[in-house]
Ligand binder design. Structure first.
Ligand code: FES
Length: 156
């Protein structure tokens, strides 16, 4: 007899991805943002705009705008849920881990710090979709670079 009480992991992951795609978290305009980055996927032309409010080296708030496929939208939505309140260092670590996972690193794919983002591990098998999954994190890395560059300029 087949036990139907526990859905296979793959279908749980698909449900998570669809849920974030249909009900994206932290979508909208962040009025008191300190940095904004527009990132485009060159293969399809889809764009997302990531807005952060950074205070004392911490991400106090985050929102995003833009459209794209389910993978890009789910990925950026999941990413934003992990970032609020985190230090820039932690955000950088998450971005590095996620990028490694997208390049097939199995150890990174088991990192509990990545939370629901681990549901996207299977995307690593589809090279054309990896850029979709990385769009939000590429924007995040750029936003942090901008923030740190501006701080250095202010310090002279
Ligand atoms: Fe455009 Fe995925 S197809 S972001």
């Amino acid at each position: 007899m087949i036990d139907r009480s526990t859905p296979p992991l793959k279908s749980l992951y698909q449900q998570l991805i669809l849920d974030h795609y249909r009900k994206p978290r932290n979508r909208g305009e962040l009025d008191d943002r300190t940095v904004e980055v527009l990132m485009r996927n060159p293969t399809c032309g889809d764009e997302i705009t990531l807005q952060l409010k950074v205070e004392d080296e911490r991400i106090a708030d985050v929102k995003f705008l833009g459209d794209g496929c389910s993978i890009s939208q789910a990925s950026v939505s999941m990413m934003t849920t992990l970032l609020k309140g985190e230090s820039l260092d932690k955000a950088h670590k998450l971005a590095t881990r996620f990028t490694k996972m997208m390049h097939g690193d199995e150890e990174a794919a088991r990192d509990p710090d990545l939370g629901n983002l681990r549901s996207l591990a299977g995307v690593a098998k589809f090279p054309v979709r990896i850029k979709c999954a990385l769009l939000g994190f590429d924007a995040l890395q750029e936003a942090m670079k901008k923030t740190r560059g501006e701080e250095e300029d202010a310090e002279g």
